[in-house]
Design a protein around this ligand. Structure first.
Ligand code: ATP
Ligand code: MG
Length: 364
């Protein structure tokens, strides 16, 4: 029988989740929760990782843990099908990170393009916290502690997955087959792999304030789409429009399905027809934005409503996180037992070792 696969993904509690998270990872997690190929699904709130660049702001991280949990539930993640947990509650992850640190060089970490960009974004320059610099190692621990085979994430996570695979190979080479090499599961469309911000900047990101949040009100969404970056040279309706770098069209690439035309814009039957008209000229941004708004509202309204339902019973959301954390810890503890054995640091449960040493000294 084919071994069943295991999913693991997470998000940093640095703010509410946005539609970039949704298309980059969350949508896929919801799709996969009924797929029988997967034995377990772990979803976690990376509070310890969020602290690596928010160490002076613990309250921000603490407040956002519940926001992310509500976004998960709102998006349709079922806690019966997913083990939802909080990273800091699993001390085994810290232990594993510490061991992995010996398997990665500083030079290797410095080459990570995502971390490089993030350091620039945060103006860290020469004051990079060690924990932030090494977070790709802690991500390797998060993934491998659960023997995850599949990590559904956006493109920014590719270097992290590569780093994880290297650590796994190195570990297994030195200590024998113990860890599992994970695969990245990227979204199907280019647009969803790295959704740009409403300002047209390369990535929608909590830290850049260019987001449409899953918890935004209907009016917020309307307003944000109205103000979105399009093609700055498309001044008159009759002008031909550009698609490249046009955020409205990138969002349509990520969200639009043919049935949306059936429902909201019968003038076209698919996105290619709409794009052709736009590039030919004679189609204004306002109309395209109205169409995008209708689609986003269709996706976001049920999420918003489900979220509101869970907001009414916050203690049970914390209870769910607690149960998830306990269950996740059991799995991580099992892996750590195997890791300690492989690394020969399991002194007290290795009776052979104790006997051997006793014999050695008895003979002296
Ligand atoms: P921060 O700015 O605090 O790093 P973030 O918005 O980058 O926050 P993360 O918590 O780092 O969000 O990312 C969580 C998950 O969401 C990852 O799988 C990441 O690939 C995905 N993701 C985040 N932003 C986008 C985006 N704009 N497009 C596609 N996927 C995204
Ligand atoms: Mg990020």
């Amino acid at each position: 029988m084919k071994e069943k696969k295991i999913i693991l993904t997470g998000d940093r509690p640095t703010g509410c989740l946005h539609i970039g998270h949704y298309v980059g990872s969350l949508r896929r997690r919801v799709e996969l929760q009924d797929n029988p190929e997967y034995a377990r699904r772990f979803v976690f709130i990376a509070d310890a990782q969020a602290l690596t660049d928010n160490i002076e702001n613990p309250e921000k991280v603490r407040q956002n843990v519940i926001e992310v949990a509500l976004d998960y539930l709102g998006a349709g993640l079922d806690p019966e099908k997913n083990t939802i947990f909080i990273q800091s509650q699993i001390p085994e992850l810290t232990e594993l990170t510490f061991y992995y640190m010996d398997m990665v060089t500083v030079a290797r970490l410095q080459r990570n393009p995502t971390v490089k960009t993030e350091i620039q974004m945060r103006n860290f320059e020469s004051s990079i916290p060690v924990g932030f610099f090494t977070y790709p190692i802690s991500q390797a621990a998060d993934i491998t502690a659960f023997k995850a085979t599949t990590v559904p994430v956006g493109e920014d996570q590719e270097p992290m997955l590569e780093q994880t695979r290297e650590i796994v190979r190195r570990f297994n080479y030195i200590y024998g087959d113990t860890l599992v090499e994970p695969n990245i599961l990227l979204p199907d469309s280019e647009a969803s792999r790295r959704l740009p911000g409403t300002d047209g900047k390369a990535k929608m990101s909590k830290s850049l304030g260019n987001c449409i949040y899953l918890s935004d009100t209907e009016e917020d969404v309307n307003k944000k789409v109205k103000g979105m970056y399009t093609d700055p040279t498309h001044l008159k309706v009759s002008d031909p429009g550009k698609l490249e770098g046009n955020t409205v069209f990138t969002y349509l690439d990520a969200f639009c399905k043919p049935e949306h035309f059936e429902r909201y814009w019968k003038d076209y039957t698919n996105l290619d027809e709409l794009k052709a008209h736009y590039t030919r000229g004679g189609l204004g941004d306002v109309k395209v934005k109205k169409f995008l708004t209708a689609i986003l509202q269709e996706v976001l309204t049920p999420i918003r409503e489900r979220r509101k339902m869970y907001e009414k019973d916050i203690p049970s959301v914390y209870e769910m996180l607690k149960k998830g954390s306990e269950s996740a810890r059991e799995t991580a503890a099992q892996t750590l037992d195997e890791v300690r054995r492989a690394m020969k640091i399991n002194y007290f449960d290795d009776m052979d070792l104790i006997r051997e040493q006793a014999k050695k000294y008895a003979q002296k």
